[in-house]
Design a protein around this ligand. Structure first.
Ligand code: ADP
Ligand code: MG
Length: 621
C-alpha cells in the first residue's frame, strides 16, 4: 500500500470547504453525481470515436445506495463511466488540477473565505465529501484497463492507494458518514437531493433501499430490496421552452455551474433551419473568480446531439463574453470534432456568431425593459463588455448601447444614449475624463470649468477605458473627446479664451523658459476655476495616466509623451510668477506648479526629492 501526501493547496482547500460551505453541506451529493455524469459522458464519447471502445457494452447508470446501521452509516455512489487508473487517482484526487484555483485561494481575504458563494462558485468538487464523511474510499477501474485501484483518505493531509477489485469499468465512492452526515443515509433525503440537484443529469440515477412489507393486518412480513430510478434524465435544454419554468432554468444552472446563487438572466434558443442547434446561456449573479486570469475556465459546454464533447474550449464564445455560462448543443457537428476542426468549422462559427448576437440583443432588451436588473449586470460585467468594443468590431453598435459609465451628473451608471439625451443643443461633443480611480478623477481640476458651464463629463474609471474609448471615435455622430487632451479646450468659451490668452502671454513665456524640456507647451486655461494648473497631453499623445498604467504593467520601452501645462492666470501662484523678477524664485514656483499638477493626476514623480527640496525653499522664503 502506498501512502501519499496531499499537495498543500488541497489541504488548504479542504479546510476552506469544510469551514465555509458548512451550511450547504448537502451539495456534496451534487458534486459526486456530476462527477459520475462527467465520467459517463467521457466514456460515451470514447465508445463513439475510439475504435478500441467500439464493442464495449455501454449501459450508463449511476447507483446510489446506503447502509443505515447504528454503528456505521455508509453512503455509496457508483458509476460505470470512464473510471480512473492508478495515476489518475493520485493526480486527480491528490492535487487541484483546475487552473487558477491555487491563485484564487492565495488571494482570498479572511472575509472572502467566509463567503460561501465565492467558494461555491469555483466548484468544490470531490473534496466536499469530507464535510459529511470521516473517511472516503474511491475504488475505480479505468475503461480499457484490467487493474482496479482503491484510493482512501480521511481528508487529513494524506491518502493511500492500493490494488483492489472491481468487476466493470467505473468508479465506486464510499463515504463513511460522520455525525453531521448521518442524515444522508436515508431514502427520502437522498431522493429529495437527487431530484433537486441532479434531475437533469442525462443518465439514470438509481436509488437502492429496503422497504418493509406488511400484511393485511399491518404486521411486518419482511423487507423488500428496491431499486428505483429517481431523476428524469432529460437534458433540460432540449425540452421545449413552453414547458419550462424559471425555477427549472435556475435549478439547472446551479446544478451544472457550481454557483449557489440564481443567475441574473437565462437565454434559451432552439434554432432550426440551416443550422440546427440549441443554446442555453446564463448570466451569473457574480463575476466568476477567474474572470481576469488569462487561464480562465470557459463557462460554456459543448454537446453534439446531447453527447458531451468539451467544457474546455475557449473559442465557443468570444473572450469578452467569458462570464457567460451554459450549453451549446449542435445537431450538425461531427462527434469526434477536434479542437483544430472546431476553430475553423463553419457550423461552429455560425453558431458562435448567432450566439453573440442573441446574447447582446437579450442584454439590450433587459437594459431597456428592466434597468434595475441591467444595473446589476453592468456592475459585474461592464468591464469585459468594454473589451468587446475593441475586439468585436462587428458588434460594436450593440456594445455601445450596453456599456455604462460613471458621470459628473448622475449617480451610478449612465449609458451613452442617456448622456446624449441630456446634452444641450449647442454641445458639440461627448466629453470624458479617463484614467485612475473614481476618486482621483472626480477631484481633477479639469472638471472645474465644465461644471461651471453645466456640461456633463463621463468619468472613465476602468483601466481599459483609456485604450477602448479613444477607439470609439464617435457615438451617434457625436465625437468623444477626452478633456485631458488639449483639443477639447477651445470649445468651452472662444471669446473669453482669446482675452485670457492675451493676458497670460508673458507669464506663459516665463514658465516655459523655467520648465524647458519638461513640458511640450504651456498654455492659458479657460476651464480652471480654483486649481492653479493642470497637465494635459496633445491630442495624439498618450495621457499621463495611460503611461502610468502601462508602466505598472511592466511596459518600459514606450515613447514618453511630454505633458502640456495648462495654467490658471487668475490663481495666486501664477500671479506670483507673473509679478516676480527673481529668476530662481520663478523657476522653483514653475517646477512645483508642474509637479503638483502631475501629483494631482495620480502620477508618481520621477524625482520626488527634488520636488521636496524646492517646496522647502519656497516655504522658508
Ligand atoms: P472537477 O469535476 O471540477 O474536475 P472534482 O474535484 O469534482 O473536480 O474532481 C476532480 C477530478 O477527479 C475530475 O476532474 C475527474 O478527473 C476525477 N473524478 C472524480 N470523480 C470521478 C468519477 N466518478 N469517475 C472518473 N473520474 C472522476
Ligand atoms: Mg466535479
Amino acid at each position: 500500500m502506498e501512502q501519499k501526501k496531499f499537495k498543500t493547496e488541497v489541504s488548504e482547500l479542504l479546510h476552506l470547504i469544510i469551514h465555509s460551505l458548512y451550511s450547504h453541506k448537502e451539495i456534496f451529493l451534487r458534486e459526486l453525481v456530476s462527477n459520475a455524469s462527467d465520467a459517463l459522458d467521457k466514456l460515451k464519447y470514447l465508445t463513439l470515436v475510439d475504435p478500441a471502445f467500439k464493442d464495449l457494452k455501454f449501459d450508463p447508470r449511476i447507483d446510489i445506495s446506503f447502509t443505515d446501521d447504528e454503528k456505521q452509516k455508509i453512503l455509496v455512489v457508483k458509476d460505470n463511466g470512464v473510471g480512473m487508473g492508478h495515476d489518475d487517482l493520485a493526480d486527480d484526487l491528490g492535487t487541484i488540477a483546475r487552473s487558477g484555483t491555487k491563485k484564487f485561494l492565495k488571494n482570498l481575504t479572511e472575509d472572502q473565505k467566509k463567503d460561501s458563494n465565492l467558494i461555491g462558485q469555483f466548484g468544490v468538487g470531490f473534496y466536499s465529501s469530507f464535510m459529511v464523511a470521516e473517511k472516503v474510499e474511491v475504488t475505480s477501474k479505468k475503461a480499457g484497463s484490467e487493474e482496479a485501484w482503491k484510493w482512501s483518505s480521511t481528508g487529513k493531509g494524506s491518502f493511500t492507494l492500493e490494488e483492489a477489485e472491481r468487476d466493470t469499468q467505473g468508479t465506486t465512492i464510499t463515504l463513511y458518514l460522520n455525525e453531521e452526515g448521518h442524515e444522508y443515509a436515508n431514502r427520502w433525503t437522498l431522493e429529495r437531493l437527487i431530484k433537486r440537484y441532479s434531475d437533469h443529469i442525462a443518465f439514470p440515477i438509481y436509488l437502492e433501499y429496503d422497504q418493509d412489507e406488511y400484511d393485511d393486518k399491518g404486521k411486518k412480513k419482511g423487507t423488500e430490496h428496491k431499486v428505483e430510478k429517481v431523476n428524469s434524465a432529460a437534458a433540460l435544454w432540449r425540452r421545449s421552452k413552453s414547458e419550462l419554468t424559471a425555477d427549472d432554468y435556475n435549478e439547472f444552472y446551479k446544478n451544472t455551474s457550481y454557483d449557489t446563487e440564481d443567475p441574473l438572466l437565462y437565454i434559451h434558443t432552439q434554432a432550426e433551419g440551416v443550422n440546427n442547434y440549441t443554446t442555453l446561456f446564463y448570466i451569473p449573479a457574480k463575476a466568476p473568480f477567474d474572470l481576469f486570469n488569462a487561464d480562465y475556465k470557459p463557462g460554456v459546454k459543448l454537446y453534439v446531439k446531447r453527447v458531451y464533447i468539451t467544457d474546455d474550449e475557449k473559442e465557443l464564445l468570444p473572450t469578452y463574453l467569458r462570464f457567460v455560462r451554459g450549453v451549446i448543443d449542435s445537431e450538425d457537428l461531427p462527434l469526434n470534432v477536434s479542437r483544430e476542426i472546431l476553430q475553423q468549422n463553419r457550423i461552429m462559427s455560425n453558431i458562435r456568431n448567432a450566439s453573440v448576437k442573441k446574447i447582446l440583443s437579450e442584454l439590450k432588451k433587459v437594459a431597456e425593459q428592466n434597468p434595475e436588473l441591467y444595473t446589476k449586470i453592468a456592475q459585474e460585467f461592464n468591464r469585459p463588455l468594454k473589451e468587446g468594443l475593441y475586439s468585436d468590431y462587428a458588434n460594436r453598435e450593440s456594445l455601445l448601447e450596453l456599456v455604462r459609465f460613471k458621470s459628473t451628473d448622475v449617480e451610478g451608471y449612465t449609458s451613452l444614449a442617456a448622456y446624449k439625451e441630456r446634452m444641450s443643443d449647442d454641445q458639440k461633443a461627448i466629453y470624458y475624463l479617463a484614467g485612475g480611480n473614481e476618486d482621483t478623477i472626480r477631484r481633477s481640476p479639469l472638471l472645474e470649468g465644465y461644471k461651471k458651464k453645466g456640461i456633463e463629463v463621463l468619468l472613465m474609471t476602468d483601466d481599459i477605458d483609456d485604450i477602448v474609448v479613444p477607439s470609439i471615435g464617435t457615438y451617434a455622430e457625436m465625437p468623444l473627446k477626452a478633456i485631458n487632451k488639449s483639443g477639447a479646450v477651445d470649445e468651452l468659451d472662444k471669446d473669453e479664451s482669446k482675452k485670457k490668452k492675451k493676458e497670460g502671454k508673458d507669464v506663459v513665456k516665463k514658465i516655459k523658459k523655467a520648465l524647458g524640456e519638461r513640458v511640450k507647451d504651456v498654455v492659458v486655461s479657460t476651464r480652471l476655476v480654483d486649481a492653479p494648473a493642470v497637465v494635459v497631453v496633445d491630442d495624439d499623445d498618450m495621457s499621463v495616466q495611460m503611461q502610468q498604467i502601462l508602466k505598472s504593467m511592466g511596459q518600459t520601452n514606450m515613447p514618453e509623451s511630454t505633458p502640456i501645462l495648462e495654467i490658471n492666470v487668475d490663481s495666486p501662484v501664477v500671479k506670483k510668477i507673473a509679478d516676480s523678477d527673481d529668476e530662481a524664485y520663478v523657476s522653483d514656483l514653475s517646477q512645483v506648479l508642474l509637479d503638483q499638477a502631475l501629483i494631482n493626476e495620480g502620477v508618481m514623480l520621477k524625482n520626488p526629492a527634488e520636488f521636496v527640496k524646492r517646496l522647502n525653499t519656497l516655504l522658508s522664503r
